[in-house]
Design a protein around this ligand. Structure first.
Ligand SMILES: [Zn+2]
Length: 208
């Protein structure tokens, strides 16, 4: 009989993606990073807002459009206040919005490092024979699922591959092809650990 230990992994990427912009001051493509500051422009009833980016070398600025020509009535007062006060959580959310960045800038550099907070769900079974890892993401990450699992569990990617081939590893809902793609919220990984001598090491690395 299998006893499943369920653990939630909350993943928070560490470094925001950087748009590579043809910096007119440097005369070359350079990475730009978020300054954490917004610029809000009110023109009558119309509001524009940008997150200000700066060249990592020369401090030249680039504006990442957040609101464009929005009617003041359509904007939540709390959002406007957050923009005007440079709310750090709001700035972080936009700085990590790689999809929006890519829609404006063709080249965006992504950083795969992430912090993983692990929490056991429910009771730990006495004799764990299988792990179920449930992924939660604070925001999108470029970290591949197989690298995440190998790094956090302290095992090699070739071993993961072998588990996959023997169906000891099951990834839902997208299947094991998701292993080579960035980790996504809602992914559930089941690993059958029965019979492995280093089972306890893997279980404790998983967060038990
Ligand atoms: Zn520059």
């Amino acid at each position: 009989m299998s006893s499943i230990l369920r653990i939630r992994w909350a993943i928070a990427p560490k470094t925001a993606p950087r748009p590579l912009i043809n910096c007119n001051r440097c005369g070359a493509f350079k990475g730009y990073h978020s300054s954490g500051k917004f610029r809000v422009n009110a023109n009558g009833k119309r509001i524009d807002a940008w997150l200000i980016y700066r060249c990592i070398d020369c401090d030249n600025s680039w504006n990442f459009g957040i609101l464009e020509r929005c009617n003041r009535r359509d904007i939540e007062p709390a959002l406007l206040q957050a923009l005007e006060s440079n709310d750090p959580a709001l700035a972080r959310r936009h700085a990590f919005d790689v999809v929006a960045l890519r829609s404006r800038i063709r080249r965006v550099e992504e950083f795969p490092e992430a912090a993983v907070h692990k929490e056991v769900l429910g009771d730990s079974p006495e004799n764990t024979t299988a792990l179920e890892l449930q992924l939660g993401l604070e925001m999108p990450t470029a970290l591949r699922l197989d690298r995440l699992l190998a790094g956090e569990l302290g095992i090699s990617r070739s071993r993961l591959q072998a588990w996959d081939e023997k169906r000891l590893l099951v990834v839902g809902p997208d299947g094991t092809k998701a292993l080579r793609k960035p980790a996504r919220a809602g992914t559930v990984i089941r690993i059958d650990l029965a019979g492995w001598p280093d089972r306890d090491t893997i279980i404790s690395a998983a967060g038990a």
